[in-house]
Design a protein around this ligand. Structure first.
Ligand SMILES: NC(=O)c1ccc[n+]([C@@H]2O[C@H](COP(=O)([O-])OP(=O)(O)OC[C@H]3O[C@@H](n4cnc5c(N)ncnc54)[C@H](O)[C@@H]3O)[C@@H](O)[C@H]2O)c1
Length: 417
């Protein structure tokens, strides 16, 4: 079997990590149990490009259990967990991923997954779909549909669809309520702080944390940082998002003002050039800078490199840039997603819902892909509620039910004051 990973001797550690994740992903495991009998994905070839973590391994194994043939690559050069990649390869999955890939290796790995001639694609960031569109459009005719995991990927796909250039239907898994409002908020909130702590081991209490972007990821980071005793400043471009930040108790100001006040900076916007040269120039000695958005372009790192008189890695995933006046700025994980590059990504419990959505979207596309237009679709309300319902059940929580009388009241307009 063809695969390329860093070190096969890590497979046993990877298998243990996957077992751990499986024990914390009850919704996805229930789907695995249900569909491993009927194999609804038999005959499907799935090319996937999504962070190779222990949770992704649980998804991959679930797709295979449901009958799919799968080939996998990472979706970020620094996010692959080498032990998990080795475990997947040992289990017979053609996986092409290792931590610290170059850009050329990254696209080479995606191309190897396309050798499978997929009938379905599964993306995080749209790099795989974009690869099909830019270098292998002949594959598109055989693809029933694809899914997209993250906000930035959905933005790229909507732009592609708007330009009339999308070659097959795609489901924006990111936009499911059980994904965007949980994974991005609670997952990114906790795991980004985890990444910062593993890379720096600093005390959050009393620090000023600047969070750029108060969407799902940014609001999660802000809330977790505040919970650790930090003072949070938010930068935004959207009035309603900035207003929410204000009413949640944070200060809001432009990055030009916040740059000289922050001890720790986290970008979570999906936009490029959020922190650039003039911001690095005004930062305090010891400022820590990281990004948790999908691409490293949120930070203009070449500006910092050009300003620095010396650079050295002072701790794993923490580089010290010394400026000519002696100030030191610490860049984490080279500006790559700090939660995945410096920690393990989101906790399994939250990925349980995101990947249940991915799995169910794959089933949907298998069934209905050939009848859909070349557009970006959202997951259905039924799927969202079903996943939330099962998750609640596995957490031991139960709901009230509407009585027939209440249903009639909800659906009528006669009853008033
Ligand atoms: N680290 C992870 O594991 C992880 C997980 C999920 C999503 N993401 C990525 O995080 C990024 C944000 O995702 P989200 O779901 O929070 O998106 P979102 O749309 O909910 O929020 C983004 C916010 O950033 C704001 N913004 C845009 N440009 C800005 C700028 N120049 N300055 C300040 N604010 C600006 C927007 O107004 C918006 O409120 C995306 O790139 C997404 O793909 C990362």
């Amino acid at each position: 079997m063809d695969f390329k990973v860093a070190d096969m001797s890590l497979a046993e550690v990877g298998h243990k990590k996957i077992r751990w994740a499986e024990s914390r992903m009850p919704v996805l495991m229930r789907l695995r149990e249900l569909h491993s009998r009927t194999k609804p994905l038999a005959g499907m070839r799935i090319s996937g490009s999504l962070h190779v973590t222990k949770e992704t391994a649980v998804l991959v194994k679930t797709l295979v259990a449901a009958g799919a043939e799968v080939a996998w690559s990472g979706c970020n050069p620094l996010s692959t967990q080498d032990d998990v990649a080795a475990a997947l390869a040992a289990d017979g999955i053609p996986v092409f991923a290792w931590h610290g890939m170059s850009k050329d290796e990254f696209y080479w790995a995606i191309d190897r997954t396309l050798d499978l001639k997929p009938t379905l694609t599964l993306d995080d960031g749209c790099d795989l779909i974009f690869r099909v569109h830019s270098t292998a459009p002949e594959l598109a005719g055989g693809i029933l549909g694809g899914t997209e995991e993250t906000t930035t990927g959905v933005h790229r796909l909507r732009a592609l669809a708007k330009a009339g250039k999308l070659l097959y239907p795609v489901i924006a898994v990111n936009d499911a309520e059980t994904k965007w409002d949980f994974d991005n908020v609670y997952g990114t909130g906790q795991s980004s702080l985890d990444g910062i702590l593993r890379a720096t081991s600093v005390l959050f209490a009393g620090k000023t944390i600047v969070v750029a972007g108060y969407g799902r990821c940014g609001s999660g980071c802000a809330r977790r940082a505040q919970g650790q005793g930090a003072n949070v400043i938010v930068t935004e471009i959207k009035p309603t998002a900035a207003l929410k930040a204000m009413l949640d108790g944070y200060r809001v100001m432009p990055m030009d003002e916040a740059a000289s006040l922050g001890d720790i900076f986290i970008t979570a916007t999906g936009m490029k050039d959020v922190i650039v040269g003039r911001h690095f120039e005004s930062m305090k000695d010891g400022a820590i800078v990281c990004n948790t958005g999908h691409y490293d372009c949120e930070l203009r790192i070449p500006d910092l490199e050009a300003q620095a008189s010396s650079v050295m890695e002072i701790r794993p995933n923490c580089e010290e840039f010394v400026l000519p006046d002696g100030r030191r700025i610490y860049l984490l994980a080279r500006g790559r997603l700090v939660n995945l590059a410096a920690a393990e990504g989101h906790p399994s419990e939250v990925m349980d819902m995101s990947f249940a959505n991915q799995f169910m979207a794959m089933l949907y596309l298998r069934e209905h892909g050939s009848t859909l237009s070349h557009e970006v679709y959202t997951v259905s309300e039924e799927q969202d509620q079903e996943i939330a319902g099962v998750k609640l059940e596995t957490m031991g929580a139960h709901l009230d039910q509407l009585t027939p009388d209440q249903i009639a009241y909800r659906d009528s307009y006669e009853e008033g004051t």
